[in-house]
Design a protein around this ligand. Structure first.
Ligand code: NI
Length: 169
């Protein structure tokens, strides 16, 4: 599968609530393969299916760009089963918002349940950047974007750049 163009802010697919995957079949495997190629090409840390224009509940996280020991994880029909009460502020970007980085507060740790590429359920607990990436990518499946977490002042400051992105998409 070839890499896909990444959907940029302004495309309505990014605001849709993604549909659950009914069966982890070849079409889903092909979708994940496209997403993996797309993420690698973009040197990103995570990618959700809506970002390649497919409104399905699938995302991938690959922290190998910042941690050589990290493995790529595929999350199908994920559920966040627990979030820590303690929160951390970290700078975040999103491949659908090229060039835009914002400090965002999110839970420090998270527990997630999902299906893997074999259709088998698994649970994972994560902290640090892994927790951050999981929460960011999960949001994409709900049509929520990282700019929704910033203050209205920060959003006002970004208004012009967001308008430009949306106009070009
Ligand atoms: Ni994103």
């Amino acid at each position: 599968m070839a890499a896909h163009d990444i959907v940029i802010y302004g495309d309505p697919v990014l605001r849709e609530v993604a549909e659950p995957v009914e069966q982890v079949d070849q079409a889903v495997k092909d979708l994940v393969s496209t997403m993996v190629d797309t993420l690698k090409k973009a040197h990103g840390l995570g990618l959700a299916a809506p970002q390649v224009g497919v409104s399905k509940r699938v995302f991938i996280v690959d922290l190998s760009a910042i941690d050589l020991t990290a493995e790529l994880h595929v999350f199908i029909n994920p559920e966040i089963v627990w979030k820590s009460e303690d929160e951390v502020e970290l700078e975040e970007g999103c491949l659908s918002f090229p060039g835009i980085y914002q400090k965002i507060v999110r839970p420090a740790r998270v527990k997630i349940r999902a299906l893997n590429l074999d259709g088998k359920p698994f649970e994972m607990e994560a902290d640090g950047m892994a927790a951050r990436a999981i929460l960011h990518e999960y949001d994409h499946l709900e049509g929520t974007l990282f700019i929704d977490h910033i203050s209205s002042i920060a959003r006002t400051l970004l208004k012009g750049r967001l308008k430009k992105l949306a106009a070009a998409s």
